[in-house]
Design a protein around this ligand. Structure first.
Ligand code: GLA
Length: 385
């Protein structure tokens, strides 16, 4: 690898699947790239533009190579990569460890080294690698190791995004495969229940995620508002802006990759504000990539809790979440974070959504959290007297 820092912090970008599924083409990718630049999202850190499933023809060429669908991508995939690179963005592509992708296009099974070379020749910087149509008797762990090895030896730095949905205890062997991120869950849907259950399923897995190998809780649904053309993703019809803020805060503090899934060409001001929140992004991108620990609210422990993430400058990322359907108090006792009031230490709170200092607190910080809402802070240890 040329870039020794490839994948150090969770990747950020945009992926075509959640909104567009099969309905993708070169124009969409170009317009998305333009929008990422014009809206400032690129500047905020979103750099990978990933073309998901349904980009190829249903057959390989005479030499066994993957070929782009000329109706969707008339200038071929290299031209797509060239355009993204000319905008200062990076090019992501999609394949699968099975014989076919989930949508029935050719998969990379037994073509791994050839496909890695093809992707390198197109200027690809990121490969999402799915898990459909894996031959029943083929070992998934081995297939991810194989593609990782192929990518690491294809002559180009290509970030490897393993996507086996948390199967085969992936968190236990993925570090050793060399992948930089691993999907740990089934597919997200554009509704609160899906966000809630995906987050809950991964909080205890925080110790398995870290620098260079990140737990991917799936792409964001922020701003889709029921607009996906995929029935599965779109079922139940979207979330409120507040729920999307909570979703974004959760993914950020859990160190998930932040891959936008909405149509950035037509997103609302509220969506842009959420996705471009640099204070929240900074917590996600902290160089140490330490997973958060959970502190439940004693009288509502299932629904109301705080996630605390130690940051490299000594401060703490703090997210207070209310998964319940009623307004609730969360009282964060500093003792639970190792802070001693007796020693005269307190915390100064900076509100990452209001973008303002809240002042210095000792012993505890109590807040009312709206249903499905959250508060997000960056807290610094200070002498309180
Ligand atoms: C799987 C993945 C999704 C998406 C689709 C494409 O379901 O988990 O993220 O890539 O395949 O068919």
């Amino acid at each position: 690898m040329q870039n020794q820092y490839l994948g150090l912090t969770p990747p950020m970008g945009w992926n075509s699947w959640n909104t567009f599924t099969w309905n993708i083409n070169e124009q969409l990718i170009r317009e998305t790239a333009d929008a990422l630049v014009e809206t400032g999202l690129k500047e905020a850190g979103y750099e990978y533009v990933v073309v998901d499933d349904c980009w190829s023809l249903k057959q390989r060429d005479a030499d066994g190579r993957l070929q782009a669908d000329p109706e969707k991508f008339p200038n071929g995939m290299k031209a797509v990569g060239d355009y993204l690179h000319s905008k200062g963005l990076k090019f992501g592509m999609y394949s699968c460890d099975g014989t076919h992708t989930c949508a029935g296009y050719p998969g990379s099974f037994e073509h791994e080294f050839q496909d890695a070379e093809t992707f390198a020749s197109w200027g690809v910087d990121y490969l999402k690698y799915d898990n459909c149509y894996k031959p029943r008797h083929a070992d998934g762990e081995m297939l991810y190791k194989r593609m990782s090895l192929a990518l690491r030896n294809c002559g180009r730095d290509i970030l490897f995004s393993a996507c086996n949905w948390g199967r085969d205890n992936v968190h236990q062997w993925i570090q050793g495969s060399g992948a930089q991120l691993f999907r740990s869950t089934g597919d997200i849907q554009d509704n609160w229940e899906s966000i809630r259950s995906l987050a809950l399923s991964q909080i205890e897995k925080a110790p398995f995620s870290g620098p260079f190998c990140h737990n991917d809780i799936d792409m964001l649904v922020v701003g889709i508002h029921g607009g996906s053309n995929n029935e599965y993703i779109g079922s139940l019809g979207g979330c409120t802006d507040e729920e999307y803020r909570t979703h974004f805060s959760l993914w950020a503090i859990l160190n998930s990759p932040l891959m936008i899934g909405c149509d950035v060409r037509s997103m609302s001001g509220a969506t842009l504000e959420t996705l471009a929140n640099r204070d929240v992004i900074a917590i996600n991108q902290d160089i140490e990539c330490r997973g958060p620990y959970r502190i439940p609210q004693w009288n509502n422990p299932e629904n109301v809790f705080t996630l605390v993430k130690p940051l490299s400058d000594g401060s703490l990322g703090i997210g207070m979440f209310n998964f319940g359907d009623r307004r609730s108090e969360m009282s964060l006792q500093f003792w639970d974070m190792g802070l001693s009031a007796a020693a005269g230490m307190g915390l100064s709170f900076y509100d990452c959504w209001a973008h303002q200092e809240e002042g210095v607190f000792t012993e505890r910080y109590a807040a009312q959290i709206e249903p499905h809402g959250c508060r997000m802070f960056r807290a610094k240890v200070v002498k309180a007297r």
